[in-house]
Structure formats: C-alpha cells, structure tokens
Design a protein around this ligand. Structure first.
Ligand code: ATP
Length: 351
C-alpha cells in the first residue's frame, strides 16, 4: 500500500509549519525526510497519520485515495522519537499493537516474539519494560510497530540518543526487518548516514517545504541550494568573487586542503587565498577556518598544518568535488541531483 499527500498544509497559531504540494511513498520503498531542527519533519510525519494538534488541510492518500482517520489507524504504525512503553513485560509491549487491533493475548504474544528476536531483544522478553535502557526501549518500540505487519510505517528519528555501536547494529537489524515486509516507510531524520543506510529515496525538507527529492545517492551528492548544501555537509561555501564562477560553489571541508609553501596547485583545482584564523583539532585531523575577502571558508586536513593563525594560506579543492548552488525558487521542488552535479560548468575565469 502506498501513502501520500496532496496540498498538505499544517498551521499553528497562524504560522505555516508544513506545506507540501505532493508526496508519494510506494509500497516496499523507504523514503527519508531529511531536514535541520525545526524544519517540520515531525509535523509532516504526524500529519500523514492524522496525529497532532496543529490544524491540517489537504488530503492524505492511501493507495491514491483520500484516507479517513480510521483507515489510517488500521494501515499505519508509527515509532515516535521517544518511545512510550507500558508498565508491562517487554513481550506484552511488543504485542500491544496487535492487541489494539483485536488480536487475542496469546496469539499476539506468539506473533510479536519473532520481531523481538529480529530486533535483537528476545532475551529481554520477560523483563519489565520500564527497566530497559533507551536503546533497548527503541528496539521494543520498533518490534511493536513491525509486529502488526503495517502497510505503512512512520519512523521519527528512531535512533536518537543511541551510542554509535548500538545505532549501527539497530540500523542493520531494521534494514533486515524492513526487507521482510512490503511496507511504505517514511523515515524522519537529520542524519544523512541513516538516509543512506535505509532509504531508496530522500526528500530534503527546509522551512516546512520539500526543496529536493530523488534517489538518495543523487540527492545527498548534489544539493540544489545553500541550505540543502549545509544540511548535507557541503559547508565550505565559495562565492563567485572567490572563484570567478557565476554561481555559489560548495564542497565538503574534507575535500578542501591546504597547499604547502609555494607548491603549485594540481590541475583542475580551484585555489582560494586567505588568512588562517584558527585551527580546530578534530582528533586525527584539523579543521582550518580561513578568512578570505568574501567570508570564511573551512578545510579539514589530516596532514600537518602548513602555517599558524594570522598567516596567509591557500586552500585547494578539486573541481570534481565542487557543486553548484542556485537560490531556491519558492514552491519549486528539484527532482534528483541538482543541476549539473559533479560536472560543474566551468567558469568564466579559470583559476
Ligand atoms: N502544535 C504546535 N504548535 C505550534 N508550533 C508547533 C507545533 N508543533 C510544531 N511546532 C513548530 O513547528 C516547527 C517544526 O517542528 P517539528 O517538530 O515538526 O520540526 P522537526 O523538523 O521535526 O525538528 P527536530 O529535528 O528539532 O525534531 C517548529 O518551529 C515547532 O516549534
């Protein structure tokens, strides 16, 4: 079953929180909705399930048809940011979604058990849920959602607050569990690695609007505008005055590196001159903040820092790592990789 929306607007206290003209997640697909804090991700997810207090207009679609709240309750399971578990055993919590749908206790527990196993918490089945750690609770909440074999699964930052190892393990367990089902899955996250690990497609949500949507690999590698670029880690911004290119160019700081002494830049490289403002140790690498005539640019290097703060420095970026950004056009959604992507059209004044 697919889920989607048309002309969805969510407002609260006269403020528009979300405005999405059209969105569709087909059965069997995971769509990541990636956005910064306050972008409206959770509001969008809740609106798709007819949850939440904010005023909503437009339609939510199941298999292309306007859906009622009752139909959504039947089709959708949601895992919210902080899972609420009942003061019961872990197994009874995992079975709770099935119980809500009218399944007898014994049968619900029997059907829920394999999902505790799939999520790596079967050994906790008899524990009281309130004694679980955050990561364990998150796994039980996901098992509870998957146990009902939902046709639509909505996941709101399900990995928040987990340590790196637990998160990596849970990502793998969830991926495997999703492969078992044919649900339409919408994953809200601000972490692009989660999108990469789980989602075939990714939508970038900024200020309540979808700016860009497409295959995850395309979208994550070719942001359309400066806010999308920053969201995706392209935080080194090179304005036209520094490069001679007609548009703003962006790169990941780890793709920008300092040149040593009078070393000539390699071919097909853009070089920016500035003054080293500060060096930030990153554990095994250094981030260099460099003041230029058009703002600060950053580079990350694992090599020796060639100079000290207050002195001139040159930062080089291979053209293949530069992306071109254009100002956002209100209401326009870019589909797939933005613009020419890796093949930045080069420049009026090559450096
Ligand atoms: N019921 C409400 N009434 C008023 N404002 C609200 C309501 N719900 C959400 N908001 C506001 O809407 C904006 C979007 O909130 P939302 O929680 O959807 O963002 P988010 O992208 O999920 O953020 P985060 O990544 O921080 O969880 C925020 O500015 C929030 O304060």
């Amino acid at each position: 079953m697919s889920i989607g929306c048309r002309d969805l607007r969510v407002t609260a206290h006269g403020r528009e929180l979300v405005s999405v003209r059209a969105l569709d997640v087909p059965a069997g697909e995971t769509l990541a909705v990636l956005g910064p804090n306050g972008a409206g991700k959770s509001t969008l997810l809740r609106a798709l399930a007819h949850l939440g207090a904010a005023a909503r207009s437009g339609s939510i679609l199941l298999d292309g048809q306007d859906a009622t709240t009752a139909q959504l309750r039947q089709a959708v399971a949601a895992v919210l940011q902080r899972p609420v578990l009942q003061r019961k055993s872990v197994l009874d919590n995992a079975a709770a979604g099935l119980r809500l749908r009218g399944v007898r206790r014994g049968e619900a527990r029997r059907r829920a058990e394999p999902w505790l196993d799939a999520l790596g918490v079967a050994h906790l089945a008899d524990r009281q849920a309130h004694t679980l750690s955050g990561g364990e609770s998150q796994r039980v909440a996901i098992a509870r959602a998957l146990a009902v074999a939902p046709r639509v699964l909505l996941l709101d930052e399900p990995f928040t607050g987990l340590d790196a190892t637990t998160r990596t393990d849970l990502l793998a367990d969830l991926r495997a569990a999703l492969n078992e089902q044919d649900a339409a899955v919408l994953l809200v996250t601000h972490d692009r690695e989660e999108a990469r690990a789980l989602a075939q497609r990714t939508a970038l949500l900024v200020g309540g609007e979808i700016r860009q949507i497409g295959a995850t690999a395309d979208v994550l590698d070719a942001p359309t505008d400066l806010e999308c670029a920053t969201l995706l880690g392209f935080t080194t911004h090179l304005p036209p005055a520094l490069t001679g290119h007609q548009s703003m160019l962006v790169a990941r700081p780890e793709r920008c590196r300092p040149l040593t002494g009078s070393t000539p830049p390699p071919p097909d490289t853009v070089v920016v001159d500035g003054v080293l403002r500060r060096v930030v140790p990153l554990g095994g690498a250094h981030r260099l903040d460099v003041d230029t005539t058009s703002g600060t640019v950053t580079a990350v290097t694992t090599a020796d820092v060639p100079t000290s703060p207050g002195h001139p420095i040159r930062i080089a970026t291979a053209r293949e790592h530069l992306r071109e950004c254009v100002p956002p056009v209100p209401g326009r959604v870019v589909v797939g990789a933005a613009g020419p992507g890796a093949a930045v059209r080069w420049p009026t004044r090559p450096s």
